[in-house]
Design a protein around this ligand. Structure first.
Ligand code: ATP
Ligand code: AMO
Length: 466
């Protein structure tokens, strides 16, 4: 076959070379009957292409044909790389391509529901356009999600999903290097795994069933099955009824479960090392992507410590109290209190990432191990980025009698989870683990304001299509 060039690979040292490129016609600007400019895009890169009538290959008909192309059509061009005298503004590549041949591979419709350049504007650019009276359309969230295929063509969106892929990749690589085994647990299950009402019910060949609210029970059963350390990357379903900026009805769960030798802080150590490695890796290897996101949605880089801060829940409550926020010492923190604590921690410890441990038992799921010294508290933790939760984790109850008592106390019908409870009767090691929301990690690392931005085709209480 012929050799194709990626737009991102075009450099000034290629000047004079002939290249063959397939890209999207992002803009088409006619200058005269003899000349037109095209900006070609591929993923996150753009290059300016010049179509100018000459004796050998470019006819006035070709300029006319190009000018009539609709934006976002797929085109192949063959041309010569050149370096213009003045620096090029508005494209990622600093070279031009002098078009010699141009084919339209597939046309887009002439009136697009979203103009990609409009969708890629930052708030600042929108303000500026408003002041100068420039023609543009503000693209709202619903329009973006309705026409997601167009919306995700913007550089920031291309970057967000590349970062998501990177987070998943670091998660797997790190855990594999620490001796964890990747598993897949069933998503069609007989009962709720997290308790509560947020469960999608369905009919399983005449038997009542649900979509898994988490891999919780099965990842623990894998530990009972002798795997020692496991992880899973999989879909999690929650029939959330409130519409918030950080809840989806389907999200990607990054789950971990492991044997504990002496203390559940061994689980916190994994969180600590995994996330420091992940943040380092993102900062080091995703510079282009982070720049693209920053350009549309400016954000402060995440502050994190070499050794992740661990804050006792009671200490957190005390910090809030001193700042004038009264919270129930045996209750959960609401969203507002979590955010406030995030700001206080940032001021006092200079970090946006921390672990809050030893939660009151009453606010944790039935499978959580109570503290040995005070059963009002539990061997559990949540992890926060910029004052918002990305992880819940804990040591689990591995004693079948205590597990039965705890399930009953939490109003769970024990017979619906008997195979789970029985798993602990055949020799079950002490263990613990945690669950991470992938979309939340990307959202909060980049300080984005809505989880719908980090889900490719988000599912929320109001949206099932596209
Ligand atoms: P988890 O599933 O571990 O609980 P989460 O982040 O989904 O994690 P929720 O239990 O849904 O957390 O909520 C945590 C806190 O956030 C709750 O204590 C609640 O006060 C608050 N919260 C949840 N939903 C909303 C909402 N729609 N508006 C305001 N606050 C909310
Ligand atoms: P939890 O219910 O806290 O814990 O969920 C773990 C993490 O998943 C993310 N998350 C969500 N993300 C998007 N939309 C939602 N509706 C949503 N709900 C939760 C959050 C949260 O921290 N089995 C336990 C984990 C464990 O203990 O191992 C669990 O599911 O980032």
């Amino acid at each position: 076959g012929r050799e194709w060039t990626e737009i991102s690979a075009l450099e000034t040292r290629d000047s004079g070379q002939s290249v063959l490129i397939r890209g999207v016609a992002q803009t088409i600007r006619p200058v005269s009957k003899k000349m037109a400019f095209l900006v070609l895009r591929q993923y996150m890169s753009t290059v300016q292409c010049v179509l100018s009538v000459d004796k050998e290959s470019v006819s006035p008909q070709m300029v006319k044909f190009a000018t009539a192309l609709s934006k976002e059509s797929i085109v192949d061009i063959q041309g010569i790389v050149s370096v213009p005298k003045d620096p090029i503004k508005g494209t990622t590549q600093q070279v031009e391509v002098q078009i010699k041949k141009l084919y339209c591979v597939n046309r887009s419709v002439p009136n697009l529901p979203i103009n990609i350049e409009d969708a890629a504007r930052s708030e600042k650019e929108i303000e500026k356009a408003e002041q100068t009276g420039e023609q543009f359309v503000r693209v709202g969230q619903d329009t973006r999600l309705n026409y997601r295929v167009l919306d995700i063509r913007t550089p920031a969106n291309q970057a967000i999903f590349r970062i998501q892929c990177h987070v998943e990749d670091v998660f797997r690589r790190f855990l594999r290097s620490e001796g964890f085994v990747g598993i897949h647990t069933p998503k069609l299950i007989a009962g709720s795994s997290e308790g509560g009402a947020a469960v999608f019910k369905l009919d399983y060949k005449g038997q009542p069933a649900c979509l898994a609210q988490s891999p919780q029970l099965y990842k623990q059963m894998a530990i009972c099955g002798g795997f020692g350390r496991v992880f899973e990357v999989g879909s999690v379903f929650r029939a959330e009824d409130s519409y918030t900026h950080r809840h989806l009805c389907e999200f990607v769960g990054l789950d971990v479960e492991m044997e504990i030798k002496e203390h559940y802080f061994e689980v916190c150590d994994i969180v600590d090392h995994l996330f420091v490695a992940m943040f380092d890796d993102l900062n080091e290897n995703c510079k282009t992507e982070l720049d693209a996101i920053n350009k549309q949605y400016p954000f402060e880089p995440l502050k994190y410590l070499r050794k992740t801060l661990r804050l006792n829940f009671q200490e957190g409550i005390q910090m809030l109290k001193e700042a004038g926020v009264e919270v129930d010492p045996l209750g959960d923190l609401n969203t507002e209190a979590e955010r406030k604590l995030g700001r206080l921690v940032r001021e006092k410890y200079d970090t946006d990432f921390y672990i809050l441990y030893r939660y009151p038992l009453a606010v944790r799921p039935f499978y959580t191990m109570p503290c040995y010294d005070d059963p009002a508290y539990s061997n559990s933790f949540d992890v926060f980025i910029r004052g918002e939760e990305i992880i819940s984790g804990a040591q689990r109850v591995h004693l079948p009698e205590l597990l039965t008592t705890r399930a009953e106390a939490c109003g769970i019908e024990v017979k619906t989870i008997s195979s789970y409870i029985d798993s602990f009767r055949y020799g079950a090691p002490p263990h613990g683990g945690f669950g991470v929301g992938l979309e939340r990690v990307v959202m909060l690392f980049c300080a984005l304001n809505n989880i719908r931005k980090t889900a490719l085709f988000p599912r929320d209480p109001q949206r099932l299509v596209p």
